[in-house]
Design a protein around this ligand. Structure first.
Ligand SMILES: *[C@@H]1O[C@H](CO)[C@@H](O)[C@H](O)[C@H]1NC(C)=O
Ligand SMILES: *[C@@H]1O[C@H](CO)[C@@H](O)[C@H](O)[C@H]1NC(C)=O
Ligand SMILES: *[C@@H]1O[C@H](CO)[C@@H](O)[C@H](O)[C@H]1NC(C)=O
Ligand SMILES: *[C@@H]1O[C@H](CO)[C@@H](O)[C@H](O)[C@H]1NC(C)=O
Ligand SMILES: *[C@@H]1O[C@H](CO)[C@@H](O)[C@H](O)[C@H]1NC(C)=O
Ligand SMILES: *[C@@H]1O[C@H](CO)[C@@H](O)[C@H](O)[C@H]1NC(C)=O
Ligand SMILES: *[C@@H]1O[C@H](CO)[C@@H](O)[C@H](O)[C@H]1NC(C)=O
Ligand SMILES: *[C@@H]1O[C@H](CO)[C@@H](O)[C@H](O)[C@H]1NC(C)=O
Length: 552
């Protein structure tokens, strides 16, 4: 359905929506938030509502539609970008317009004693599954305070950015490198390989503290598919360099060892942060560990050090790690066997007995399979927050593996199953005090006027005080209303002529933090769409409960 205010500035918006609609399917900007007709956020289709045991904090996702697919998939979020939601699916922040292009790995972190958020901003090579760009860091008022690029003239890839010790970031690079591949049985034209590089860099200065290159330590033969199969690229040129390793996560522990995940070797590596040598391999062709029941994984993502418990007499032999096991092959599987059972996993690694034991698994709910992408975030209370990558779904589990929240990332009419993807999803605590001003509109329909106010990214406002400006210019409070969600609406009691309206944001302690601008009322109009007038009505004008005027 189309909805438009009867005034010219919105015509261009309407026009662009018409174009999108014509190309793709019946859809429109949803005008879900009357005060923000420019926003069309995805909605969470919550199929398991959050129980009381979900961890406190907000949901961080960056849904998008996968480009470069063959045939192309036109479905996905109208406005792909970074989003913050509450556990009940209420929008907190739309980062559309803040971070542009292909956005992924949206997280909160602490940097130099301050809470920040960051995301990858760049372009995605959908066919190869890697990106080119930088990471943008925003502060608590959503202002960009830093752009982080690779050290030494190397372009960052999308897969990893993790802030460590509030000071440095681990990042990685897909570096095309000339390499003689003929000896692996390829044709003579195959002469390019992707070197999987990671760096540990000081965020403030961009200074390189450590760099590791896969080609120095991991031969191409470790790839799970033979090089001759050209499953991971032809190697004919630098654009189609053979991606034998596909690095997708890096972590660091207090001993300055690194934990690295290679998707195309189906191996997790522990690396000595002094010598760069591989300390051990888990999984893949040359595992140093015997894998216990349920441990085996493939095409995994997001390996993280969890703990290194030290117990008397046997003090350094156990390491606990987590990972996201896609447990599916690349599309170009040689065997054609798909396991199709993605899960989050917590493993105990005994480096005395060299055995790996499954401590806990967080299996995908029925029908969800992450062919690519995904992550497993172990929360402070032991819950696990899992993003099912290419399946476009998120789940929170209690420590014993019980599903206590599940949602699909939808995008209104454009959504169809499987076409919304989300590289990683997280839960974080966050305080947002936006620099941008609150948005307000007063819409009139017949005798009724309703004022709508929202403040993109604000986490602190608990109620809104609504004011009218009368014909003498006096500012008169009409009422205060508890915050309803992203947007709060206020029904104006008719019977008085108001020249304008504004609202004030009120915090928990009663403090007023921001005043909106003053707006005049305007006529609410919705366009008739054949067969859709019911929907237009539903999404349209706010009706005062029982026909009674609101909050006086
Ligand atoms: C939510 O997702 C479920 C499971 O995929 C689906 O059956 C249902 O139709 C979806 N709900 C909406 C409103 O699209
Ligand atoms: C964010 O950065 C801007 C620009 O440096 C600054 O004015 C603002 O106070 C910062 N906000 C927070 C919450 O730190
Ligand atoms: C690189 O090689 C691939 C495979 O032969 C080919 O399809 C592609 O067009 C080449 N790209 C460039 C930029 O030469
Ligand atoms: C890491 O390498 C350094 C330098 O070669 C060595 O002294 C240290 O023992 C190694 N650490 C581990 C855990 O292998
Ligand atoms: C791991 O296995 C390799 C052989 O695959 C072996 O050379 C290496 O010594 C083993 N590492 C450890 C720490 O046992
Ligand atoms: C996994 O999915 C693929 C593709 O849909 C199918 O061919 C295969 O049989 C499935 N494998 C299992 C073990 O269910
Ligand atoms: C690790 O393995 C060794 C050798 O089998 C064993 O003695 C030790 O108890 C194991 N540690 C744990 C914590 O299970
Ligand atoms: C958020 O903060 C609360 C209170 O400190 C804590 O219990 C919870 O674990 C935090 N949530 C996350 C996701 O870190």
């Amino acid at each position: 359905m189309f909805s438009a205010l009867a005034r010219t500035p919105h015509h261009s918006l309407l026009f662009s929506l018409v174009i999108i609609t014509t190309l793709f399917s019946p859809a429109s900007a949803d005008w879900k938030y009357k005060s923000r007709p420019d926003l069309a956020p995805p909605t969470l289709n919550i199929t398991t509502p959050a129980t009381s045991t979900v961890s406190p904090g907000y949901i961080f996702v960056a849904p998008y539609s996968f480009p470069g697919w063959d045939p192309p998939l036109p479905h996905g979020p109208l406005q792909p970008g970074p989003y913050i939601f509450t556990s009940s699916g209420e929008l907190v922040w739309s980062g559309f317009g803040y971070i542009s292009g292909y956005v992924a790995n949206f997280q909160a972190a602490r940097w130099k004693g301050k809470d920040v958020i960051f995301a990858f901003e760049g372009s995605l090579n959908g066919k190869k599954g890697h990106g080119h760009g930088h990471t943008t860091i925003l502060n608590g008022s959503y202002e960009a305070i830093k752009q982080v690029r690779g050290a030494g003239s190397k372009i960052l890839d999308v897969h990893e950015f993790q802030v460590l010790d509030e000071r440095t970031a681990v990042v990685e690079i897909y570096r095309p490198t000339p390499f003689e591949l003929k000896r692996f049985g390829t044709g003579p034209k195959s002469q390019w390989i992707v070197d999987a590089v990671f760096q540990d860099i000081e965020i403030d200065t961009g200074r390189l503290l450590f760099e590791w290159s896969s080609l120095d330590h991991v031969p191409p033969e470790e790839s799970v598919y033979s090089i001759a199969s050209l499953a991971f690229g032809t190697g004919h040129n630098s654009s189609d360099a053979l991606d034998y390793f596909h690095i997708n996560s890096v972590d660091r522990d207090s001993d300055h060892s690194y934990l690295v995940s290679g998707r195309h070797t189906s191996t997790i590596y522990k690396i000595n942060g002094t010598s760069s040598a591989i300390i051990w391999r888990l999984g893949g062709k040359h595992s140093n560990f015997t894998l216990g029941p349920g441990v085996a994984f493939s095409f995994q993502h997001h390996a993280r050090f969890i703990s290194h418990p030290k117990s008397a007499g046997d003090d350094t032999s156990i390491e606990i790690i987590s990972l996201f096991d896609n447990s599916g092959p690349e599309l170009h599987s040689e065997s054609g066997e798909y396991a199709n059972e993605s899960s989050g996993k917590i493993l105990a690694l005994n480096t005395t007995s060299w055995t790996a034991t499954l401590l806990q698994s967080f299996p995908a709910p029925a029908g969800v399979f992450a062919l690519s992408q995904g992550n497993t975030q172990i929360l402070p209370n032991g819950n696990a927050f899992v993003s099912w990558g290419s399946a476009g779904a998120i789940t929170e589990f209690s420590p014993d593996g019980t599903v206590i929240f599940h949602a699909y990332l939808e995008s209104g009419d454009l959504w169809t199953n499987g076409n919304v993807q989300n590289y990683r999803g997280f839960r974080f605590n966050w305080t947002g005090t936006p620099h941008e001003e609150p948005a307000i509109v007063a819409l009139t329909h017949g005798e009724s006027t309703v004022v709508y106010v929202s403040w993109n990214g604000d986490t602190e406002t608990v109620s809104w005080a609504f004011y009218g400006v009368d014909n003498e210019g006096r500012e008169i409070i009409m009422g205060e209303k508890a915050r309803e969600g992203f947007e709060t609406s206020f029904y104006v009691w008719s019977g008085k002529e108001w020249r304008g309206f504004f609202a004030e944001a009120v915090e928990k302690d009663g403090r007023v933090t921001r005043r909106s601008k003053v707006v005049r009322k305007e006529e609410y109009v919705y366009e008739y769409v054949p067969g859709r007038d019911d929907l237009a009505y539903q999404q349209g004008f706010y009706e005062a409960p029982g026909g009674q005027g609101g909050e006086l």
